[in-house]
Design a protein around this ligand. Structure first.
Ligand SMILES: Cc1cc2nc3c(=O)[nH]c(=O)nc-3n(C[C@H](O)[C@H](O)[C@H](O)COP(=O)(O)OP(=O)(O)OC[C@H]3O[C@@H](n4cnc5c(N)ncnc54)[C@H](O)[C@@H]3O)c2cc1C
Length: 427
């Protein structure tokens, strides 16, 4: 396959729009929402919602040819597209503006990624249509629990089938759910909750369930106060006898039958979770690169005013240490970005991208933490001062090395895939 470095026209057009939002809206709001953690950036939300609705339309299954509004039972694999490459360009640009505010973007987000990864065409239509119309809405995904973070197969939240009412009954606690309050309390959104549907916890019984906003038995228990991305809504969700319809289990065909101990004995639910991460890791990597670029550009431009330029093509021994640092920052950002583009492009071409997504996420998470720290270091008091955003970018950076698989976990995935080890052999 030839390597194509040019940006497709439609991707460039949408990126321009994201850059406009970043420059004109997000940067202006950045400090305020860093200091007012649980307030909502309404101005940004209203600005971006019409564009997000357009993007969300592309996720809906095609209607049947006979004019029937029902989507086809068999959703054919999509033709190669630019959807994911377009998305990462947009996320990079928005995160350059403000990563916390970007995370407030109304969209199906991680919930949508899970629905797209494992939902049936009927479920995609039923759950994702809302993100294309009406007032702004949010989707969220709740996997992490007090005793299950990196080890997702250890989740303890249960989904029991009530055979009398043909409903699932969810019980458990989910923590650190991004956009959890926005999705479940503040809009007509939804959250995809991973729960164990058998008698014992583990990969074989893990299943994703859609819980719609306002469902009785689901409550927001705690709003987190955080180091960075403080504009982003992060909450704990508690499920107490929370009843949802039977067909809210995603990928209904894989649902365990009533009374069955271990589902169908396969780990399709767990694979679904991994498939969700394959699409969300490039998003996180793109966000990381956006923050890194913000810090790098500010540092480069500030130092330029002090007479420190970036001479390209000059032998390393002729550079000052500051110039070498700047070049390394830029090089690292480019490396992280190219990995991110590759991971998204593979998805657009319908190829497996698990390795590439983990690589991009591990690299970009590391790059953003290093670059933002270096920016603070090179700028000295200017970097440390509250007057500029560099110190904030350093705080915003770290999350990219934590959620959607920590740096260590993504490095493990890369190592397993390259060296051919199983999960059991290398953990
Ligand atoms: C702001 C924020 C938003 C979040 N949003 C969401 C969300 O929307 N939905 C959701 O489900 N979760 C979310 N999370 C949770 C996040 O995905 C987890 O924090 C993350 O997966 C790590 O899990 P943990 O915190 O339990 O850490 P642990 O798994 O306990 O890990 C602690 C440390 O040990 C390391 N470690 C663990 N296992 C290994 C291993 N096998 N080898 C080497 N090192 C290892 C980790 O890398 C880490 O450094 C969010 C978290 C934060 C902070």
């Amino acid at each position: 396959m030839p390597i194509e470095f040019s940006v497709p026209v439609e991707v460039a057009q949408q990126t321009k729009l994201a850059q406009m939002a970043a420059e004109q809206v997000m940067r202006r709001l950045s400090r305020y929402f860093d200091e007012h953690e649980h307030e909502r950036p309404i101005e940004y939300i209203q600005f971006i919602w019409p564009f997000m609705q357009q993007i969300e339309r592309s996720y809906l299954p095609r209607p049947a040819k006979n004019g029937d509004s029902q989507p086809k039972a068999e959703d054919k694999p999509k033709k190669a597209s630019n959807d994911n490459v377009r998305m990462i360009h947009m996320i990079e640009a928005l995160s350059w503006g403000d990563a916390g505010i970007y995370l407030c973007t109304p969209s199906s987000a991680l919930g949508g990624a899970a629905i797209n990864a494992v939902g049936t065409p009927e479920q995609k239509e039923r759950f994702l249509r809302r993100f294309t119309e009406g007032a702004p809405k949010w989707g969220a995904m709740a996997m992490t629990e007090p005793h299950a973070g990196s080890d997702t197969s250890n989740i303890q939240t249960t989904a029991r089938l009530d055979e009398a009412t043909h409903e699932w009954v969810l019980n458990g606690e989910k923590i650190y759910c991004t956009s959890g309050a926005l999705a479940t309390q503040e809009s007509n959104g939804l959250v995809v909750v991973w729960a164990t549907a058998g008698r014992t916890a583990g990969r074989a019984t893990m299943k994703p369930f859609v819980v719609e906003a306002g469902t009785p038995g689901m409550t927001v228990a705690k709003k987190e106060r955080k180091l960075g991305i403080r504009a982003s809504d992060t909450v704990s969700l508690v499920f107490e006898d929370c009843r949802i319809p039977y067909d809210n289990i995603l990928g209904a065909l894989d649902a365990p039958k009533a009374g069955e101990g271990n589902g169908n004995g396969q780990d399709k639910g767990f694979k679904g979770a991994m498939k969700t991460f394959d699409s969300s890791r490039p998003w996180v990597a793109a966000s990381a690169i956006g923050i890194a670029r913000a810090a790098f550009e500010f540092t480069r431009d500030t130092l330029k005013k002090e007479g420190i330029s970036m001479p390209y093509g000059v032998p390393k021994y002729k550079l000052t240490s500051v110039q070498r640092d700047l070049l390394e920052m830029e090089m690292d950002i480019q490396a992280g970005w190219l990995l991110t583009v590759r991971s998204a492009a593979y998805m657009d071409q319908g190829q497996s991208n698990s390795l590439e997504a983990a690589m991009a996420k591990a690299k970009a998470g590391l790059v953003v933490t290093r670059v933002t720290q270096k920016a603070v270091e090179l700028l000295g008091p200017l970097g440390y001062s509250h007057e500029f955003l560099v110190e904030k970018w350093m705080r915003d950076a770290k999350i990219n090395d934590i959620f959607e698989g920590t740096g260590q976990i993504n490095t493990l995935i890369v190592a397993r895939r390259i060296l051919g080890y199983t999960r059991r052999e290398l953990k």
